[in-house]
Every structure is written in C-alpha cells, then in structure tokens.
Design a binder for this molecule. Structure first.
Ligand code: ADP
Length: 243
C-alpha cells in the first residue's frame, strides 16, 4: 500500500530522519516504538505531508511521489486516503463533538451537510459516544475527546490511519478505552501505523513492531521477535529500561 524510500529530514542542521526505508501492506498494524526525540512523530508527519522532506520517494497505491516537492494532486491523493490521530486530540474547542467531525466532511470533502451528519453520527456510534454528540470538548474527558479524534479520522474509511502517541496525554485510567477502540479498528482490518509507548498494545495488536532510534529503523519484526528475542543491543537496552 505504502512504501517510503530513503526519507531524510533535518531541522537546523540536525538530521532527524537519516534515510528511512519502510513499507506497509494492506491490513498491517505497524507499531513504532523508541525513545522520545528519535524522530517517530516526524516520520508520521512526513507520510501525511504535514512536514516536507529533504529527500525521499513515496509509493502510495501505485503512484510514485517525490516527497521533496509533491504536486497538489499528489498531496490530495495521499491526504484523502490517510488520516491522523494526534496526541493532543486537535479538536476545535468551539465546536461540538458532531461538528468536529462534520466540519472536515463539509468544508474539506464537499459532502452535503445532511450526509455529513449521518456519517458523523455513525462514526460517533462506533466509538460509543453518540449520546455526547452535542457536547463541547471541554465537557468531555480526555479519553472521550480522543475517541472523537478517532471517529473523525476514520469516518471516511481511509486506507491508512496514522496514530501519533494517541494515549500519551491521557490519565492512566482513560488509556484503556482508547486502546480498545484502536484494537477494534485493527480487528476490522484497518491498516494503521501507531507510534506509542503502550507496550501491551504493541505486543498484543501489532502485526509488526519497528524499533526506532536516533532517526533510524534499528530493528523490525513480529512482536514476539522484538520483545522476546531482540537482536540489536540498542533494542535490548530500550526494552530493559521500559520493562
Ligand atoms: P519523537 O516522536 O520520537 O519523540 P520527534 O519526531 O518529535 O521525535 O522529534 C525528533 C527531533 O526533531 C527532536 O529533537 C525534535 O526536537 C526535533 N524537531 C521536531 N520537529 C521540529 C521542528 N518543527 N523544528 C525543529 N526541530 C524539530
């Protein structure tokens, strides 16, 4: 579905992505783990064109796209078929749960209001929050806000969903509900890339785990390979610290 070749990105001379090669097939749940500041978020943001690359090629569903200067059409193609769930939910504070979902459908995708409302209600129902559709973010818990973020990301059944530390801002007792929603999506066959520190999710839900450090993919494999038989010394050290 998606292939990245030799993706490089620097900020002010600091090379944050050092030539990433990466591939994801349909239906895979790829979990990226690794120390803070190693470039995981930057990688996701490059896939979604929220950040521009210094070099690199993306192959997305048979289109070959130069990551340095993609055309508007190429950006649109990728953005239409991918969605991102952010660490801090990124909800509009002055809009209700329902409006947070319909806004992009109406103004981004040109969908008629009535249909947008139908789609948003179905998406809210899936995450168990239809009864909260008229609530504002400030009236909802962090977990509920993030589940609305997930409903918004998945409302149009995107080919690929990118999760950027979706539970990091949550109180511990709220993490489980969000992970359950993510597991449900994975069980439904949603292709996804998840950056997370939740090792239980990586162990139980990932089809593949990538250990990322200092702008490079150090090691990747099935959860059992990475967690039970890590090969690289840096992977071993990271896992021994967080275990
Ligand atoms: P991670 O997600 O693994 O914690 P990030 O991708 O957020 O890592 O950050 C990697 C490095 O890139 C960090 O040193 C961070 O400070 C730097 N960085 C990220 N975004 C920017 C930016 N917009 N401007 C300058 N430096 C940035």
């Amino acid at each position: 579905m998606l292939q990245i070749k030799d993706l490089k990105k620097s900020f002010n001379g600091n090379e944050v992505l050092k030539g990433i090669n990466f591939k994801i097939d349909k239906g895979e749940v790829v979990v990226i783990i690794g120390p803070s500041g190693s470039g995981k978020t930057t990688l996701l943001r490059n896939i979604n064109f929220l950040e521009s690359a210094d070099s690199g090629i993306m192959k997305f569903q048979d289109e070959e796209i130069n990551l340095v200067n993609p055309t508007k059409k190429e950006k649109l193609l990728v953005r239409r078929q991918t969605a991102m769930v952010f660490q801090n939910y990124n909800l509009f504070k002055n809009k209700t749960a329902l409006e947070n979902i319909t806004e992009g459908l109406i103004f981004g995708q040109g969908i008629k209001k009535e249909q947008a409302v139908n789609l948003a209600e179905m998406a809210l129902d899936k995450v168990g929050l239809l009864d909260k559709k008229d609530f504002y973010p400030s009236q909802l818990s962090g977990g509920q806000q993030q589940r609305i973020g997930i409903a918004r990301a998945t409302v149009l059944n995107p080919a690929l969903v990118l999760f950027d530390e979706p539970t990091s801002a949550l109180d511990p007792e709220l993490v489980g509900t969000v992970l359950q929603d993510m597991k449900r999506l994975a069980d439904e066959g949603q292709t996804m890339i998840v950056v997370t520190h939740q090792m239980s999710f990586a162990k139980n839900v990932a089809t593949r785990v990538i250990f990322f450090d200092k702008g490079e993919i150090i090691e990747e494999g099935k959860p059992s390979e990475i967690f039970e038989h890590p090969q690289n010394i840096r992977t071993k050290e990271f896992l021994s610290v967080i275990a």
